[in-house]
Design a protein around this ligand. Structure first.
Ligand SMILES: CSC[C@@H](O)[C@@H](O)C(=O)COP(=O)(O)O
Length: 389
């Protein structure tokens, strides 16, 4: 069975509650933009592409299930207001702001047509939002293929290669397949993956809870390590496991290639450099933000101290897990000050390639990423009718 973090059909949106994973697979109903905002803020849904798609579709179901004005400009104004609200849920991942900008363009174009009514604006918005869900899966499959081919070409095939990854970038973080985890899926499908090593990804454990869950689900050979074990892993097991690369996702890639991603990514890039390993960022072009010149301009989200000082999980009596009872336990000294940035920025000079759905971008002879060269023209989002997706 294929893992599906987002279930959508016109009029109905459900998200897999990622706070309950890996122990329980529970889908939450999202009825409107407010539900979408809370699901993103609480991290029941997370991952840069998934956040954007859930936000867009949460408003789509609100529009589909409620009476609206007949006047195009009133519906358009309502949509713009809701999109601005949705964008405030999480600041670092640019996919959400990018999706909102493109959806506003669609709405503005349709509503300015003479004689257009409110229903046509709603339809155009919903079609464009649904299109994002479809496009993201196709983009991820292409990213997976390009990334796997790049790694095989660079490291040499035969006997299988191993890869280290961080956070969760798979089906749970996207509309499906995943970005960095998509590269691992592709290597596995090509018969070229020896083993995936996934980091625990403190403090929120997206690696041990979500990536490990996906790897076990797909029966991909994989080993979990803590974030602090990666240097030792590369030194002690790198050659025997044929570890070829560290591959991560991204929440925002600045115009110069500096990349914001889950906290801990930056130190992995330093470790990769120290061990002569390729360090790759896998991201769709919706994650590339040419308006942000460098990493210094990226706003880094800080989250609640409790995400670091407490852990939550099903009760364990020493033998069995009791899934009906969740416990929260404190794992830090009461009173300690806490700094909890959710992301960090890896400078472009530590990145060997940015894997996108149109190929792997490497630095030019001046040592720079030319990301503008691969970006689509602004008006790329096309409304299209879909049934169930
Ligand atoms: C394809 S997901 C890419 C990134 O969004 C991912 O690596 C990441 O940092 C997710 O952070 P999260 O805080 O879990 O939303």
């Amino acid at each position: 069975m294929v893992l599906q973090a987002i279930r959508y059909q016109p009029g109905r949106l459900q998200i897999l509650d990622q706070l309950k994973l890996p122990h329980q697979e529970v889908y939450d109903e999202i009825r409107n933009a407010q539900d979408g905002w809370h699901a993103i803020k609480d991290m029941r849904t997370r991952g840069a592409p998934a956040i954007a798609i859930v936000a867009a579709l949460s408003l789509a179901v609100e529009l589909q299930n409620n009476a609206l004005s007949d006047r195009a400009e009133e519906v358009a104004a309502f949509i713009v207001e809701k999109l601005d609200y949705l964008v405030t849920s999480r600041p670092t991942a640019v996919n959400l702001a990018d999706a909102a900008r493109k959806l506003k363009q669609v709405v503005s174009a349709v509503s300015s047509v003479n004689g257009c009514g409110g229903a046509a604006v709603r339809q155009a918005y919903c079609d464009a939002a649904a299109r994002m869900l479809i496009d993201d899966v196709a983009d991820n499959e292409a990213i997976g293929r390009y990334g796997a081919e790049w790694i095989i070409k660079t490291a040499g095939n035969g006997g299988g290669l191993s890869v280290v990854t961080h956070c969760n970038t798979g089906s749970l973080a996207t509309a499906g397949y995943g970005t960095a985890l998509g590269v691992i899926r592709s290597l596995h499908a090509m018969g070229e993956l020896k083993r995936a090593f996934c980091t625990e990804t403190r403090p929120y454990n997206q690696g041990s809870r979500l990536t490990a869950f996906e790897l076990v689900h797909d029966k991909i050979p994989a080993t979990l390590v803590t974030d602090s074990m990666v240097s030792a892993l590369l030194r002690l097991k790198g050659p025997s496991e044929r570890i070829a690369a560290i591959v991560v996702g991204a929440d925002r890639v600045a115009a110069n290639g500096d990349t914001a991603n889950k906290i801990g990514t930056y130190q992995l890039a330093i470790v990769a450099k120290a061990h002569g390993l390729s360090f790759l960022v896998a991201a769709p072009r919706t994650t590339i933000d040419l308006q942000t010149k460098s990493g210094a301009d990226i706003v880094i989200e800080e989250r609640a101290p409790q995400e670091m000082t407490r852990v939550k999980g099903p009760r364990f009596d020493g033998v069995d897990l009791d899934l009906s009872r969740t416990e929260t336990v404190s794992i830090a000294a009461t009173g300690i000050d806490v700094w909890n940035p959710a992301f960090d920025v890896t400078p472009a000079n530590l990145i060997d390639g940015i894997i996108t759905e149109v190929g792997v971008v490497e630095k030019n002879k001046n040592g720079m990423f030319d990301l503008a060269a691969i970006m689509p023209p602004q008006e790329t989002i096309k409304p299209a009718s879909v049934g169930d997706v």
